[in-house]
Design a protein around this ligand. Structure first.
Ligand SMILES: [Zn+2]
Length: 326
């Protein structure tokens, strides 16, 4: 009799001390969801997909926001202070992250979603995407300017869905470590989501694979699509470099215009997170058409064309193929 009662007593005391249970690593008996903060909207969507109802996700840089030039406010520090777990991209994307962690007094776990990704470097970018001595010189100036803040890594790894799969695995493992009671749920959600990412990856490869070789070089405002280009077979030139920390020089713009004419580059693409002005100038002066708006570093709002990570790929691939196949 005594032995049969013990588990019941244990269960009863667990139910009463909900806050104690929440403080322990297992939240299964607590009604409160895990509080997660994600640094930007794309990552927040991934965390929502893996966390489901069990995780409450807050994002710091929201739809159409620019995470490169973000200045956290005291309200952001409060959001982080309350969180159990903080998801960041890494690869130098969130230059403001460590200061925010310190000032907020955040005590939870930080998960770097890009851990395990093979990073592209600025150097690779010069070799792959730039032809002509003139342009090389222009870009090296850029690299030096950006080195201090961002290192030489290209942070936009999420633009390759195969890397997105690595992000999702890291998110799943981070959530399990923070909330072991949710392990089965996180694993099931991640498995379903990973299958959707794989299917979309194949769809983008098929869609862009149909483009003629002569129409695979494009211009975007800032260099956010290096991983996308490597994965899906496009060459991307960008006057603003990887981090958007500074405006392109007149010389950079002139070089791009010359290159569009020389290589007959068919289209330039605006981005949801950058000022359209420079690209519009480039399009006007070079005669290239504006192929539409790509989503690079942030999702759209819920009513826009790219409210989720998967929608972003559908929209970008659709925009690219529509502009480049005709
Ligand atoms: Zn960017």
């Amino acid at each position: 009799m005594r032995f049969r009662l013990l588990p019941l007593l244990a269960a009863a005391s667990l139910a009463i001390s909900v806050s104690a249970a929440a403080e322990a690593s297992d939240k299964a008996s607590a009604a409160e969801p895990v509080k997660a903060v994600a640094s930007f909207s794309i990552l927040a969507d991934m965390v929502r997909n893996v966390g489901g109802d069990r995780v409450e996700v807050t994002e710091l840089v929201g739809p159409d926001g620019d995470a490169h030039e973000f200045n956290p406010t005291p309200a952001d520090a409060k959001k982080l202070a309350r969180a159990d777990i903080f998801f960041v991209n890494g690869l130098g994307f969130e230059g403001w992250m460590e200061r925010l962690e310190t000032s907020s007094g955040f005590k939870g776990a930080t998960v770097v979603a890009s851990t395990g990704v093979t990073p592209r470097t600025m150097q690779e970018e010069h070799g792959d995407h730039v032809s002509g001595d003139d342009h090389d010189a222009g870009h090296e100036e850029h690299a030096e300017e950006h080195d201090h803040d961002h290192g030489d890594m290209d942070p936009h790894a999420w633009q390759d869905l195969a890397n997105g799969e690595i992000y999702v695995a890291n998110i799943r493992d981070g959530l399990i470590a923070a909330d072991p009671g949710g392990k089965a749920i996180y694993e099931a959600n991640a498995e379903k989501y990973l299958a959707a990412l794989k299917a979309e990856d194949a769809a983008v490869k098929t869609a862009l694979g149909a483009l003629p070789q002569s129409r695979r070089r494009i211009i975007t405002s800032h260099d956010a699509f290096g991983y996308f280009g490597d994965a899906y077979g496009l060459e991307i030139l960008a006057p603003e470099g990887v981090s958007k920390a500074s405006e392109p020089s007149a010389k950079d713009v002139a070089t791009i215009i010359r290159q569009i004419r020389k290589d007959k580059i068919p289209a330039v693409f605006l981005e949801n997170v950058t000022n359209a002005k420079i690209l519009e100038q480039i399009a006007t002066e070079s005669g290239a058409k504006i192929g539409g708006t790509l989503y690079s570093d942030a999702l759209s709002g819920p009513d826009g064309p790219a409210p989720t990570y998967l929608d972003m790929f559908r929209h970008n691939a659709g925009t690219l193929t529509a502009a480049l196949s005709s």
